[in-house]
Design a protein around this ligand. Sequence first.
Ligand code: GDP
Ligand code: MG
Length: 598
Amino acid sequence: TDPSHIRNFSIIAHIDHGKSTLSDRILEMTGTVAHRDMQAQLLDSMDIERERGITIKSQAVRVSYTADDGETYQFNLIDTPGHVDFTYEVSRSLAACEGAVLVVDATQGVEAQTVANAMMAMNANLEIIPLINKIDLPSAEPERVKAEIEDGLAIPADDAVLASGKTGVGVHDLLEAVVYNIPAPQGNADAPLRALIFDSYFDPYRGVVALVRVVDGSMHKGQKLRLMASGKVIQAEEVGARHPVEEPLPELSVGEVGYLVTGLKDLSHVKVGDTITLAEGGVDEPLPGYREAKPMVYTGLFPIDSDQYEPLKEALEKLSLNDPALIWEPEKSHALGFGFRVGFLGLLHMEVVKERLEREFNLDLLATAPSVEYHVYRQGGQMISLHSPQEMPDPGEIERIEEPYLKAKILIPPDYVGAVMDLTVARRGTFVTMNYLSQHTVEMLWEIPLSELIMDYFDKLKSNTKGYASLDYDFDGYKPSNLVKLDILLSGKPIDALSFIVHRDKAYERGRVLTEKLKDIIPRQMFEVPIQAAIGGRVLARETVKAKRKDVLAKCYGGDISRKRKLLEKQKQGKKRMKAIGNVEVPQEAFMAILKVD
Ligand code: GDP
Ligand code: MG
C-alpha cells in the first residue's frame, strides 16, 4: 500500500474508559469483522482478559476504511493495555505508531493513567486525537472533561471527538479524524529493510511470531533476515496482516504493520524493541529500542501437594515462553518445601499468572506474601540482591540496606487531599508537590517505597477516597532504609515462609497487628498454638490460638443431613488451601495477612 494511505495508531486510556469496546466498534463498522462474529472485547483473547475485562497483551489489527473522500485507507490499530503493571507494553506499541487516540470516559474525566499514557504518547511525538467516550450515559459531562484535557494535559480539546463505543455514535467522526489528523508514515521504500519488533509470542505450531512495523524498505516471505540485538539470522517463513484473523501476504511494505513467522523456537531470541534488517546488505544502525520489562514484585509459589513440584516447573516453563517478563528460580522453604521464587511486573501480573497456573494447569498453589527486591550491602561493600526475606544475612554482617522507591502520581477531587496525605505519610511517603489539573481534580506527586505500595495501599487509597483516586507510578531508584527482618513463630518455631522485611519504626505495630490477624486465621488445632512476632531473638508480640473443644458437626443437631454435608463440603474446600507446617495447619490467608496492615 502507498504510505500516504496508511495510518498507524494506538488507542490509549485509563483502565475501563472503553478502549477495547471502541476497538470492537471500529472492527465492526469498517466491516473487518461481520456483526454476527462479534464477541465483546474481541481483541482481548486470553480468557482471563475477557473475564476480568482487562487487556494484558497488546494486539495489532489491520482495518480497511473507505473515507468520505472516496479513498480507501489501511489502518493499523494497536489496542494497548491500560493497567499500570503493563505500561511497558504501551511504550512498545507507541513506537510503532504515528498517532494515538486518547480515550477519556465522559463520566470519570482525566485519571492517573490518562495522564501517564498521554505523556508517553507526547514523548513518542505522536499526534493525539482526544476522544470523550461513553457520552450515551446520562451522567456524561463532556464539557468538564474537555476542560480537564486542556488544562491538565495541555492538549487542545475543542475538536475532541464525542463518542460512545457502546452505541457507535461518533465512531465515524473518529475514523475521519484518523485520516485527516494522523500523519502517514514516513519511510524510505528504497532503503534496506529496517523493521521494529513491538511484540512477540510463541505459537505451538509455528514457533515464535513477531509483530513488526516496517520503518524502511520492505519485508518479503522467504527473505533472509537478521535480528540485530541477538544476531540471529532467520528466513521469513511467512509475513502477513491480522484482521484479526491472519492473512498471509507476499510482503509488508514501507510503513506497514504486520506479523512475521520467524521459525525460531525460543522467544528469548526475539527481543521486543529489536530491529530486523536484511541478513546481507542490511543496515548497521538499529532503531531506538525501548525500556525493558523488569520484575518489581517477587513471591514464593509452592505446590500444596509436593507431587506437583515438577508439573509446576513445567507450567512455569510454558508460561514463560509467552511472557518474557516472568522470571523464576527454585526456592526451598523449611515450612513449605520445594517451590519457586517468581518475579512479576506488579500485583496484577502476579494474580493473573497465579490464576493461569491454577486454572490452565490444574495446580493447587500456596503463594507467600509478595516482597520487593532489596539491595543489601555487606560490611566491606559487596551488594546482594535479595528477592526473599529468607535470604537476609545476619544483622551484624550488614552495612546498609536499600529499597526501591517509586514516584507516584495520584489524581483526586480536592476534598480528598487530606485523606491521601494521612494515608501516604503513614506509608512512609514523602510529599513532593501538588497542582490543580482543573477545579475538580488535583494531581499529587509522592515518593513512596514500593514495599509500602504493595501492602494494600491501592485498596486503602480507593476506600479512603470513595473510589475517586487513581494512581500511576514509575520506578525512582534505590534509597537506604532502616529495615529489619520480622520473624513469625508458631509453637516457638520460626516459620521462614511467614517472615517479612519491614521498616524498624513499623516493626512493633506490624508484628502486633499480624499476630492478632493470624490468631483469627489459623484454625484451632487439638492443642494450643502460640504465635509470636520477633526480631532476631526478641519477641515483640504474642497471641495464642486456643485448643479446639468441639467437633464442627456438633453444631448440627438432629438429622439435617444436607446441612451436615454442606458443612463438610465447606471444610474440604477450606482444606484445599491449607498446608501443614510442622503440626499446624496454616491456610493461604495467613500468608496474605502480611499485606493487610490494619
Ligand atoms: P478498557 O479497559 O479501556 O478496554 O475498557 P472496556 O472497553 O473493557 O470497557 C470498560 C467498561 O465500560 C465495560 O463494562 C464496557 O461495557 C463499558 N463501556 C465501554 N464503552 C462504553 C460506552 O461508550 N458507553 C457505556 N455506557 N459503557 C461503555
Ligand atoms: Mg481493554
